[in-house]
Design a binder for this molecule. Structure first.
Ligand code: TXA
Ligand code: MG
Length: 309
């Protein structure tokens, strides 16, 4: 895998790779994405093969302008528009009705499609210069932690990657909020850095409770996911001999002190877990974060990381 700084010349090289049907790692403000031309079925197949991702697990289409929605969806209604107006470009993915001509490999056979306009300037420039939507899941093997720095990229996944653009650490650090706009009431399928309150305020109507079976509505929502190699357990506090993430003064070199602020915590969570994996610890003990609304995405990811294998 060739990792290069995201300069104008290297973005040009990445555009060429994508137009040739190859896979490129692109920085986004949430996490790094494994990107390809969403309109090229062979390229989309390469993504599923590289990640060992089941073919019914749909990908997110990344756009750089609202005009690109025309070929993607038939249902960009007033509710979706309000959310896009407020949060795009940004860490928000909208699930909309799929355009009948859009290749259904990318949507895992569903009649809905997930779309996001990322805020990272490198991602926006890459999409704009390719001139087509880019399909991009997080750039990690299936079930693993999403990379928030190029140093996190998996070597085996690297065999499938033509070029990786280094755009620095991802500012947000957890994957985008996924919002379903295809039902009578809008609902959050995957919480992200934007809080429920912020989303509700932009929408001007209450969000529905999450569906009972998220797995059926969104095939990519597994119980175990976003997991490091080590076993993750949650605890009230860490013992001095344990490895993990703490809010207190670290008791040993394998304890990482985490920020008290939810956004800052999100931005460093995956990097902290990658670092402990690299040290080879068997178990990562995570001191439970506060039960406040702004911590929803952190609780979601920790619950998935600690679910049994
Ligand atoms: O922040 C992000 O969203 C990152 C960056 C790279 O943009 N991407 C990302 O993609 O996290 P991925 O593939 O790792 O996660 C996409 C999630 C999956 O949980 C999938 O089930 C859900 O979006 N999804 C995609 N299409 C959907 C659809 N039509 N209906 C419901 N859920 C969908
Ligand atoms: Mg992912």
């Amino acid at each position: 895998m060739k990792v290069v700084p995201a300069t104008v010349a290297n973005i040009t090289a990445a555009v060429k790779e994508i137009l040739a049907g190859n896979l490129v790692v692109m920085p986004t403000e949430t996490v790094y994405g494994l990107a390809c031309d969403a309109t090229n079925p062979d390229a989309v197949k390469k993504i599923f093969a590289a990640k060992k991702r089941p073919s019914d697990n749909p990908l997110i289409l990344h756009i750089s302008s609202l005009e690109q929605l025309q070929a993607i969806t038939t249902s960009f209604d007033a509710r979706a528009k309000k959310l896009a107006d407020r949060f795009w470009p940004g860490p928000l993915t909208l699930v909309l009705r799929k355009h009948p001509d859009l290749n259904s490999l990318v949507t895992g056979g569903l009649d809905t499609v997930a779309v996001r306009m990322p805020a990272h300037p490198v991602a926006l420039s890459l999409i704009k210069r390719v001139g087509r939507p880019l399909a991009a899941p997080s750039a990690n093997p299936f079930m693993g932690l999403s990379p928030t720095r190029v140093e996190h990229l998996d070597r085996r996944l690297g065999r499938f990657i033509s070029l990786a653009l280094d755009g620095g650490p991802s500012r947000v650090g957890v994957e985008s909020a996924v919002i379903d706009c295809t039902e009578p009431s809008v609902r959050i399928l995957r919480p992200g850095s934007l809080s429920r309150g912020e989303i509700q305020a932009a929408l001007g109507e209450p969000l529905a409770r999450p569906p009972r079976s998220l797995v059926r509505k969104s095939p990519g929502m597994y119980t175990r996911h976003y997991a490091p190699k080590a076993t993750v357990v949650l605890a009230k506090r860490l013992r001095p001999d344990q490895a993990g993430l703490t809010f207190m003064k670290p008791g040993n070199p394998n304890q990482i002190k985490m920020p008290d602020d939810a956004r800052a915590y999100m931005a460093s969570l995956y990097d902290a877990m990658y670092r402990l994996d690299k040290l080879g610890v068997d178990t990562i003990v995570v001191q439970s974060p506060p039960s406040k609304p702004e911590w929803e995405a952190v609780h979601d990811r920790l619950a998935k990381a600690s679910a049994l294998k």
